[in-house]
Design a protein around this ligand. Structure first.
Ligand SMILES: Cc1cc2nc3c(=O)[nH]c(=O)nc-3n(C[C@H](O)[C@H](O)[C@H](O)COP(=O)(O)OP(=O)(O)OC[C@H]3O[C@@H](n4cnc5c(N)ncnc54)[C@H](O)[C@@H]3O)c2cc1C
Ligand code: HEM
Length: 404
């Protein structure tokens, strides 16, 4: 617990963080990544370049400063951070470098008039408190994962057991552990950390698990990102029997209990966690509305797999919305011919009116949303306008969390 004077000083910095939080965290990452090369592989440079990670941290620090008297109301924020840290294997020994860089950034960005000794001392105490909370929660998670059947600690070697093209731009990879031992179950909706070397440089990325847990292997499905380091390496270089290292599953974008109908709304590669979520919801007998938006049939992955469930599960309904539809799909492999694509349920964007048609009449549903940020912002706004209770709308970012 922080002292009252420290809490008052931190609260007094809220206006400064509101105005200049992003400049502060951008400078912080510059210092951290320049002075501590050992932490560079943990971070995705793209999230620095587009500002998403500095924005996520600035947003997090602002929330902390605003709620410094009752940090326990920030449960969701801590869950996001702890899960992300665990999936990338952040360890207690990383914390001092981050703390020192943060305090240096506060001094340098705010200047001596604002960043007085008292302010630095209050933020040092706050950082110590946060670091203690995070390392303790992360340590517990690492211990629980290591003790689980099929669990492990750190990176574990997996070989590529299968590589399969799912659409013009999404390819699935199935990873089986090199040691042949079982792999731990995961909760549908969770993701893994992947570590590999591209041109001799270590990189880490997160990927949602796209097939239900089976105790033997994990499947991820990766969209080729133009200019993307890891996705292109996976698509172009990684072959069957190549070895990568995986960090165990983490994440809290998971199915809430209860009997409410489940509405899964994805855009593009956001479909990946929806597949195990759909199976889990159907297995408990819940009604499922599977709504997926894609640019076209060519990039719509897993349509056949999802539609195969329709006959066996009357509680499932599917709705597809393509931005454009010309009726044909090019074959993914040399052996495949171009073929006619089944039509979507709508052409154009997912409008509020379409969403209204595709939701159950009773809006007491659990909704799950993943896709590009503007897509998520628009869908969440529409769900709210259509009377789906905000507390029942869950979403996840395929990158650092940001205010929508
Ligand atoms: C929880 C979670 C789950 C995820 N699940 C999935 C999933 O199931 N499937 C999936 O495909 N993805 C998923 N992702 C996204 C994934 O982690 C990667 O971000 C994605 O594959 C892109 O990585 P990349 O290395 O190919 O691209 P990056 O190298 O990260 O590049 C991304 C973009 O930034 C640009 N860029 C890169 N470096 C720089 C730079 N230095 N300066 C300027 N621009 C730059 C690139 O040109 C590219 O356009 C998930 C992410 C999270 C957080
Ligand atoms: C009190 C200390 C810390 C706080 C408050 C904090 C906060 C955050 C936040 C808000 C995110 C974004 C989460 C998301 O939305 O995905 C994040 C991600 C991350 N954090 Fe921390 N963090 C702390 C310490 C550390 C430390 C010590 C490290 C290790 C060097 C670290 C490494 C990372 C990495 C690698 C990511 C993901 C970055 C990416 O996606 O590129 N963090 N952290």
């Amino acid at each position: 617990m922080l002292s009252v004077p420290h809490r008052n000083i931190v609260k007094a910095t809220v206006p400064v963080l509101e105005q200049g939080g992003e400049a502060l965290t951008t400078h912080f990452y510059r210092i951290l990544l320049q002075d501590h090369p050992e932490v560079r592989p943990l971070f995705n440079p793209a999230h620095q370049a587009d500002g998403a990670q500095p924005r996520a941290l600035a947003h997090g620090l602002l929330k902390v400063a605003r709620h410094i008297d009752q940090l326990d109301v920030l449960g969701d924020l801590f869950a996001v951070i702890v899960n992300k840290h665990v999936s990338l294997q952040i360890q207690p020994e990383h914390y001092p470098a981050v703390g020192a860089s943060l305090l240096q950034a506060i001094r340098e960005v705010l200047g001596p008039d604002v960043a007085t000794d008292d302010v630095i001392e209050a933020w040092a105490a706050t950082y110590g408190l946060l670091a203690g909370m995070l390392t303790s929660a992360e340590g517990q998670a690492y211990d629980t994962i290591a003790a689980a059947r099929g669990g492990w600690r750190g990176g574990r070697a997996f070989r590529v057991a299968d590589k399969r093209q799912e659409s013009a731009e999404i390819t699935s990879f199935t990873f089986a552990p090199v040691d042949g031992a079982p792999v731990m179950d995961f909760t549908p909706g969770q993701y893994i950390g992947l570590r590999l070397f591209v041109d001799g440089v270590e990189v880490r990325r997160n990927y949602s698990l796209s097939a239900t847990a089976n105790g033997r292997d994990y499947r991820i499905s990766v969209k080729r990102e133009p200019g993307g380091v890891v996705s292109n390496h996976l698509h172009d270089q990684i072959r069957i029997d190549d070895v990568v290292h995986l960090f165990p599953p983490a994440g809290h974008f998971t199915l809430q209990g209860g009997a409410r109908p489940v509405v899964l709304i994805s855009g593009g590669v956001g479909i990946t966690p929806m597949l195990p979520l759909m199976s889990a919801a159907l297995a408990t007998g819940r009604e499922v509305r599977f709504i997926h938006c894609a640019r076209s049939a060519e990039v719509h992955a897993f349509r056949g797999w999802v539609d195969d469930h329709l006959e066996r599960h009357p509680a499932l309904s599917t709705f597809y919305c393509y931005e454009r539809h010309d009726g044909m799909v090019a074959g993914h492999n040399d052996a495949d011919d171009n073929h006619a694509a089944p039509p979507p349920h709508a052409v154009g964007r997912l409008t509020q009116a379409r969403l209204a048609d595709w939701l159950p009449d009773d809006r007491d549903v659990d909704a799950y949303v993943i896709g590009p940020k503007p897509f998520m912002a628009s869908v969440l706004k529409d769900l709210r306008a259509l009377d789906v209770p905000p507390a029942q709308c869950r979403y996840e970012f395929f990158g650092p969390a940001e205010p929508l």
